[in-house]
Design a protein around this ligand. Structure first.
Ligand code: DAH
Length: 338
């Protein structure tokens, strides 16, 4: 039995010397020292050892066990360090190599138009404010004098989050939020995302609008016309012809829509303007006293005008883009052109 023990030790050491990988070392450990391992097996047969030799046999067993354990640990550690060194050599970074060129993006055309419009209107004293995109029905509809049975409230047109909460369908609710907080004079602009259940070549479920609001004493429709005319000529060029058409919005009275002469055909009539020669560019009007009532403004003393426009539409007309979906594909070949 003692000779068996010596043989086992020699074999184990030889195998350990041959072992190359962590897996191999671990399986040697199991093979000799595991619960069903060879050394454990020998120990279990101690009853067959003559009594006189038992103490010596037991002692040797422990020695072999300690020796093998130590050798195995040593080899594992060595293996681990070797692996680390290999990785350090393999993964070495040559810091003297030249860097990769950074590709620059562009400012998105919608953002460009937004910045341009905001800076023009800022020069007339309008300041930029923001409102939430997830909006209460109260601000999006109710306080803008849009009654419960108005078609805009239809599930077909509006994304409802839950009863009483919508994704805002326009930036007009910011008017109400601002007027609730500050007293006249008010001159604000509110750009942002709006959402409608619409998707085709000229509609996307999310697009951008800018809302403008001016409230002071003795504001007239002439002021509205004056400011919007000056503003649109700055955006589309001094010789752009405009027309104001009567229209209807629940939150303005009277209301108007503003058209510019078609940027494609200069008024002759083409596909873009549906052969009318004109393009609708924004909605506007004198703030309806009903809206002032919601925010506790003295509608005998103050009046004002509001307007709203779609940024994608302006960018499409300004740059001659025919498909609104191009704005949302993030194709650098498209974006690079602006
Ligand atoms: N909120 C309107 C829309 O989304 C646009 C609009 C029209 C805004 C007239 C106004 C306004 O402030 O006076 O269609």
């Amino acid at each position: 039995m003692i000779e068996d023990l010596q043989e086992l030790e020699d074999k184990a050491i030889a195998e350990l010397q041959e072992a190359q990988t962590e897996d191999q070392i671990l399986s040697i450990r199991t093979k000799y020292l595991g619960r069903k391992g060879l050394l454990t097996g020998l120990l279990r047969n101690i009853s067959q050892v003559p009594d006189a030799q038992k103490p010596l046999f037991g002692k040797r067993c422990n020695e072999v066990k300690e020796l093998l354990s130590a050798r195995i640990e040593e080899k594992l550690l060595y293996q681990f360090q070797q692996k680390k060194e290999d990785a350090l050599i393999k993964e070495k970074i040559d810091v003297t190599l030249p860097g990769r060129a950074v590709k620059y993006g562009r400012i998105h055309p919608v953002v460009q138009v937004n910045m341009e419009i905001c800076s023009i209107l800022a020069s007339y004293g309008f300041s930029v404010v923001e409102g939430p995109e997830v909006e209460l029905d109260y601000y999006n509809f109710e306080a803008l004098n849009i009654p419960k049975d108005h078609p805009a409230r239809d599930m077909q047109d509006t994304f409802y989050i839950e009863e009483g909460i919508v994704l805002r369908t326009h930036t007009s609710p910011v008017q109400v939020r601002v007027m609730e907080k500050i007293k006249p004079p008010v001159r604000i602009l509110s750009p942002g995302k709006v959402y409608r259940r619409d998707s085709d070549i000229s509609h996307t479920p999310m697009f951008h609008q800018i809302e403008g609001l001016l409230v002071e004493e003795r504001v007239t429709f002439g002021d509205l016309k004056g400011i919007l005319t000056a503003f649109l000529k700055k955006v589309f060029g001094d010789d752009t012809k405009l027309r104001f058409r009567p229209s209807f919005f629940p939150f303005t009275e009277p209301s108007a829509e503003v058209d510019i002469i078609c940027v494609m055909c200069k008024g002759k009539g083409c596909r873009v303007c549906s052969h009318s020669g004109w393009l609708e560019i924004l909605g506007a009007g004198m703030v309806d006293p009903e809206v002032f009532k919601f925010v506790d403004y003295d509608y005998e003393k103050y009046n004002g005008f509001a307007f709203g426009l779609g940024l994608e539409r302006i960018a499409m007309l300004k740059y001659g883009i025919s498909d609104i979906r191009l704005f949302f594909e993030n194709d650098n070949r498209f974006l690079k052109q602006f």
